[in-house]
Design a protein around this ligand. Structure first.
Ligand SMILES: Cc1cc2nc3c(=O)[nH]c(=O)nc-3n(C[C@H](O)[C@H](O)[C@H](O)COP(=O)(O)OP(=O)(O)OC[C@H]3O[C@@H](n4cnc5c(N)ncnc54)[C@H](O)[C@@H]3O)c2cc1C
Length: 430
């Protein structure tokens, strides 16, 4: 390996949607390196014989014309638009999501209490909430908060909601107005608002076709090319396979802690900040089930602690994922990153037991396929250290000519559309 290596000008690390979008908009001048054998990152669809499994439910929500146009250009006619059918599984019933706009489905005495507390919260003088728990109590009232928001978010984020800040939730937690909350207590109204009231999904091929379509339009993409070390002073990156590469501009979409760990001579404060970054991991237990009765929803949320999963998706209800007569159920379980979990066999067994308890697997159902996926980085945790630690690291990288962007590169809660926009912005903004 020569000391400097080949000068590639603009180098992009990671070919998830953010890196692929950056390379797409940069054109043939950019070189992109991906550690895995295929592009797409977490937005890949695993093919297992006749089955297709996304790496957790991946539904596309489009708010910008530019991404709509891009997708239409890359994959004309492949995406369908669907109206969300999501429910919250509570006390053996399935209440329409978002629950705050649909308490109609709750038992009368529980509904009455939720609405009374909601109205109390609405008229009370509000102290400025300091954390997510205080915010949900002040916004939706204590009953709805304790029934759904607190247990569900504890399960998903793996830390108490009182330790979560408010930075992330604005676009993700629907806040229906008072009249909608009241109407939703007295009638079953399917449309409930929120960022995901409608979503796009391919009729065939799974969400992975999006990354594939971007990758097909990129000329200088190297797969099986893992970056192992980055030297900001020399402006080089060492890649297994291609060797040492020199860059003039480096865009990294790697998880921020992983990038810091591969920096040559990082300042101490960067290492300390990286230790404060928290995230969770998600394990998805997918089952291909020949079943007598198929649940009609797209997905169900499970706030109750007695269930191991926080969400169960029914991908066969929005895409072709399995042979005829077989439905795919995908149960998502969150664990704190870096902590051990019980292992594949035990977890799969616990999930199957909980699916039976929830009435989603019946005695006559036959499990034709079981497939587990593990996402080491799933959700960035917005605790009290998140903002400052992230800023210290990103500012330092920027000062060294490195832009770290994307869901894990930018260390943020963001979606596929954001990834595409972040990649584009990273190359167009110098
Ligand atoms: C559980 C879950 C559910 C989600 N659901 C939705 C949804 O419903 N709708 C939605 O819009 N979004 C959803 N998202 C978000 C969406 O997946 C992300 O916003 C988007 O895919 C992030 O893309 P990225 O390129 O930033 O990251 P990634 O996809 O992680 O890409 C990073 C790439 O870097 C590569 N890499 C890592 N290390 C190295 C290395 N050393 N050298 C070279 N390459 C390396 C990885 O292999 C990967 O390909 C979900 C995410 C998760 C985790």
């Amino acid at each position: 390996m020569s000391a400097q290596g080949r000068d590639e000008g603009l180098v992009i690390l990671g070919a998830g949607l953010t890196g692929l979008s950056a390379a797409y908009y940069a054109g043939p001048g950019a070189r992109i390196f991906e550690a895995e054998a295929q592009a797409g990152g977490v937005c890949v669809t695993d093919r297992e014989g006749p089955y297709s499994f996304d790496r957790a439910g991946h539904l596309l929500h489009l708010r910008t014309r530019e991404v709509q146009r891009l997708i239409q250009k890359l994959l004309p006619g492949r995406f369908q638009i669907l109206a969300r059918d999501a429910r919250v599984h509570l006390m053996d019933t399935a209440v329409r999501y978002p629950i705050q706009a649909n308490t109609f489905g709750l038992l009368p005495e529980i509904k009455g209490d939720c609405i009374r507390r909601y109205l109390e919260a609405a008229v009370l003088m509000k102290k400025r909430p300091r954390n997510f728990q205080e915010w949900t109590q002040a916004t939706f009232g204590k009953s709805l908060s304790r029934l759904f928001f607190e247990p569900y978010n504890h399960k998903l984020w793996t830390i108490p909601p009182s330790d979560l800040t408010l930075e992330w939730m604005k676009s993700y937690v629907p806040q229906p107005d008072c009249s909608r909350v009241i109407r939703g207590a007295f009638a079953d109204i399917p449309e409930g608002g929120g960022y995901n009231a409608e979503f796009c999904y391919p009729q065939t091929g799974g969400i992975g076709i999006l990354g594939q379509a971007l990758a097909a339009n990129i000329s200088r993409l190297s797969l099986n090319a893992r970056a192992v070390s980055v030297a900001p002073r020399r402006r080089t990156v060492d890649i297994i396979g291609p060797g040492r590469i020199t860059w003039q501009r480096l865009i990294s979409t790697l998880p921020l802690p992983a990038l810091v760990a591969m920096l040559e001579e990082p300042p101490r404060k960067i290492l300390e900040a990286a230790q404060q970054l928290c995230s969770n991991s998600v394990i998805i237990v997918n089952l291909g089930v020949r079943c007598s009765r198929r649940h009609p929803a797209h997905w169900l949320y499970f706030p109750e602690a007695e269930y191991s999963f926080y969400r169960v998706g029914f991908p066969s209800n929005y895409g072709r994922m399995a042979p005829r007569g077989i439905s795919v159920l995908s149960a998502e379980v969150a664990v704190k990153a870096g902590t051990g979990w019980e292992g594949r066999k035990k977890l799969a067994c616990r999930v199957r037991r909980d699916l039976i308890k929830a009435g989603l697997l019946g005695k006559k159902d036959v499990i034709e396929k079981e497939y587990l996926q593990y996402l080491p980085y799933a959700y960035v945790i917005y605790d009290k250290n998140h903002f400052s630690a992230r800023k210290i690291i990103l500012d330092y990288l920027e000062s060294q000519g490195i832009k770290s962007v994307g869901r894990w590169g930018g260390w943020e809660y963001s979606a596929m559309e954001d990834a595409i926009l972040a990649g584009k912005q990273a190359v167009l903004k110098k």
